[in-house]
Design a protein. Structure first.
Length: 150
């Protein structure tokens, strides 16, 4: 029979996972940052599908996606400590460690921009399209200098 303590511990770890949606937050930095970017990619995909007319435009879902991107890019640059330059199939380029301040600035800028947009999502798709194009330039700008081509 499970002890009450074990059950309490299990519940505690479940609530910890809910508080930290990127649940591998305590794992190796290469994996944490890839999980964070994975979620950024998924959130961008949700908006991209609307822009391409594959799904109906939904301002609420756009706000949620931008919120995820804002939260993840706010902490993304924290997961590039010395010693995590290689391994775990990382696509991070050495330039990150050579230009840490620039890299952190690009991540913070995306976080701030996403939060601003989330608070002012256009009501219609036609207005959102140019906003989305402009916003996603920030992905390419960072990937160009700091992520391996794949
Ligand atoms: C501040 C720089 C920066 C910004 C801004 C940025 N990325 Fe990334 N992204 C990276 C780096 C660096 C990696 C490689 C991380 C690794 O492999 O360790 C990456 C990896 C990824 C991955 C692969 C994740 C995986 O599972 O390995 C996806 C998808 C992605 N980015 C999408 C996006 C999208 C979409 C945006 C814009 C909304 C964006 N990124 C903005 C730097 C950035």
């Amino acid at each position: 029979m499970k002890s009450r303590l074990a059950i309490a511990a299990a519940l505690l770890s479940i609530s910890a996972a809910l508080i930290h949606p990127a649940s591998s937050q305590d794992g190796v930095p290469q994996e944490v940052r890839q999980d964070l970017m994975d979620e950024v990619g998924d959130a961008t995909g949700v908006m991209g599908n609307m822009v391409r007319g594959r799904t109906d435009y939904d301002p609420g879902a756009v706000a949620a996606a931008l919120q995820t991107i804002s939260e993840n890019t706010a902490v993304f640059a924290d997961y590039f400590p010395e010693g995590s330059e290689t391994g775990y199939e990382t696509e991070a380029l050495p330039a990150i460690w050579e230009n840490k301040a620039d890299f952190e600035r690009l991540s913070q800028e995306m976080s701030t921009k996403a939060a601003e947009l989330a608070a002012a999502v256009p009501a219609d798709l036609a207005s959102f399209q140019p906003v989305f194009q402009d916003f996603t330039r920030g992905c390419g700008a960072c990937h160009e200098d700091y992520r391996q081509d794949n």
